[in-house]
Design a protein around this ligand. Structure first.
Ligand SMILES: NC(=O)c1ccc[n+]([C@@H]2O[C@H](COP(=O)([O-])OP(=O)(O)OC[C@H]3O[C@@H](n4cnc5c(N)ncnc54)[C@H](O)[C@@H]3O)[C@@H](O)[C@H]2O)c1
Length: 321
C-alpha cells in the first residue's frame, strides 16, 4: 500500500452534504489533497472543477474527481453518499436504502487495505457507522460517525441566543441516537463553569424547564424544519465535518459527541451511539462517561434500545453484524 497521507481526504458522495463539506474543508486549509467520488461521476467532476476555481483565494490543495483506487492513501475517508431525508421521512426511514448503498461502498474501501479513518455522515448515521464497522473489519477507533456533533452545535447555538452569550462558552451535549430519541444532557450543562440554571437566573430567565423543553424540541426538530423549507440540510453538517477532521488531523484530542462503539458505558454494549469522546489522530481515543441524572440515564437507555432494535433488524434483513 502507498504510505498513508494524513493530509489527504477522500469524499465519497458529492451531493449537498459532500460538496458543502468539501467546500468547508477546502477553506480550512487542513488538507493538501482531496479526491471527490460519486456514483454520478459527472457530479464529482463538476464539484471538483467548481471547488478548484476558488483555490486562488484559498491555501493550496489539489482537488480532483476520482475512483476507489484514489482513496488508498487517504488519511480520512468521509462518506456522505446515500439518500437524504424527504419531508415527513425520519432518519431511520432511510435505513434500507442506505445500508444497500453501504454494502457497495464499504467493501471497495476494505479490499484496498486503507489505513485511514472512516468518517460516516450519511443517515441514519449510527446504524450506518455500525454497518461500516462490521463490513470494513477496521479497528473500532478508526470508524467514527458524525453522531450528535451537529445536534450539539445546534444546542449550543440556541442556548447562546437564549442567554445572550457566545455559543462557544456554552458547554452542553446532545447524546444518544442522532435522531428522534436523542437527549440533551441538561444536568451537566454549564456556561464556562457556571451551572446553567444559575447563569440563566443571572441573565433574567427563570422558567428553566419550559426553556429547556423548548430548546430541546427545536434542536430535535431542526432537520425537519430546514428540510421543509429548503429540502436538505448541509451547511451545519459541513462545519461539523470540518471540526471533526481538524481534531483528527491536528491530533487535538478535543471532546466531541461522535458516534462510536460502546463497551458498557451506562450499560450500552455492542451498539454505535453518540457519547462525548476524545478525538485525535487515531480517531476515537476514549468515550467519556459524563455525569447524567436518573431521568437522563433512562432516556439514554431508551435511545440505545432503539438502536439495538435497528441493529437486530439489519442483521435479520441485511445480514450485517
Ligand atoms: N449526519 C448528519 O448530521 C447529516 C446531516 C445532513 C444530512 N445527512 C445525510 O447525508 C446524506 C447525504 O445527503 P445529501 O443531502 O448530500 O444527499 P444528496 O442526494 O444531495 O447526495 C447524495 C449523493 O450520494 C451519491 N451516491 C448515491 N449512491 C452512491 C454510491 N453507491 N456511491 C457513491 N455515491 C453515491 C449520489 O449520487 C448523490 O450525489 C443523507 O443520508 C443525509 O440524510 C447527515
Amino acid at each position: 500500500m502507498d504510505k498513508m497521507n494524513i493530509r489527504k481526504a477522500a469524499m465519497i458522495g458529492c451531493g449537498f452534504v459532500g460538496a458543502s463539506s468539501a467546500f468547508a474543508l477546502m477553506q480550512s486549509g487542513i488538507f493538501s489533497e482531496m479526491v471527490m467520488i460519486d456514483a454520478d461521476h459527472a457530479k464529482a467532476e463538476g464539484e471538483a472543477m467548481d471547488l478548484s476555481h476558488g483555490l486562488p483565494f484559498a491555501r493550496p490543495v489539489k482537488i480532483y474527481d476520482g475512483d476507489y483506487d484514489d482513496i488508498v492513501d487517504a488519511g480520512i475517508i468521509i462518506i456522505t453518499a446515500g439518500a437524504n431525508q424527504k419531508p415527513d421521512e425520519t432518519r431511520l426511514d432511510l435505513i434500507h436504502k442506505n445500508v444497500e448503498i453501504y454494502k457497495q461502498i464499504i467493501p471497495e474501501i476494505a479490499k484496498r487495505g486503507c489505513e485511514g479513518i472512516l468518517l460516516i455522515v450519511s443517515n441514519p448515521v449510527d446504524i450506518l457507522t455500525y454497518t461500516a464497522l462490521k463490513l470494513s473489519g477496521f479497528p473500532e477507533h478508526r470508524v467514527i460517525g458524525s453522531g450528535t456533533v451537529l445536534d450539539t452545535a445546534r444546542l449550543k447555538y440556541l442556548i447562546g441566543e437564549h442567554l445572550g452569550v457566545d455559543n462557544r462558552s456554552v458547554h452542553a451535549f446532545i447524546i444518544g441516537e442522532h435522531g428522534d430519541s436523542e437527549l440533551a444532557a441538561w444536568s451537566n450543562a454549564n456556561i464556562s463553569g457556571v451551572r446553567l440554571s444559575d447563569f440563566c437566573e443571572m441573565r433574567g430567565h427563570f422558567m428553566h424547564e419550559e426553556s429547556e423543553n423548548r430548546i430541546y424540541e427545536k434542536v430535535r426538530n431542526s432537520a425537519y424544519e430546514i428540510i421543509e423549507r429548503k429540502h436538505a440540510t448541509y451547511y451545519g453538517i459541513a462545519m461539523a465535518v470540518k471540526r471533526i477532521c481538524e481534531c483528527i488531523i491536528r491530533n487535538e484530542q478535543s471532546i466531541l459527541p461522535v458516534s462510536s462503539m460502546m463497551h458498557g458505558i451506562y450499560g450500552m454494549k455492542d451498539i454505535v451511539i453518540s457519547m462525548p469522546a476524545i478525538v485525535g489522530k487515531d480517531g476515537v481515543e476514549n468515550v467519556i462517561p459524563i455525569s447524567l441524572d436518573e431521568e437522563e440515564k433512562m432516556q439514554l437507555k431508551r435511545s440505545a434500545d432503539i438502536l439495538t432494535g435497528m441493529k437486530e433488524m439489519i442483521k435479520k434483513e441485511h445480514g450485517i453484524g
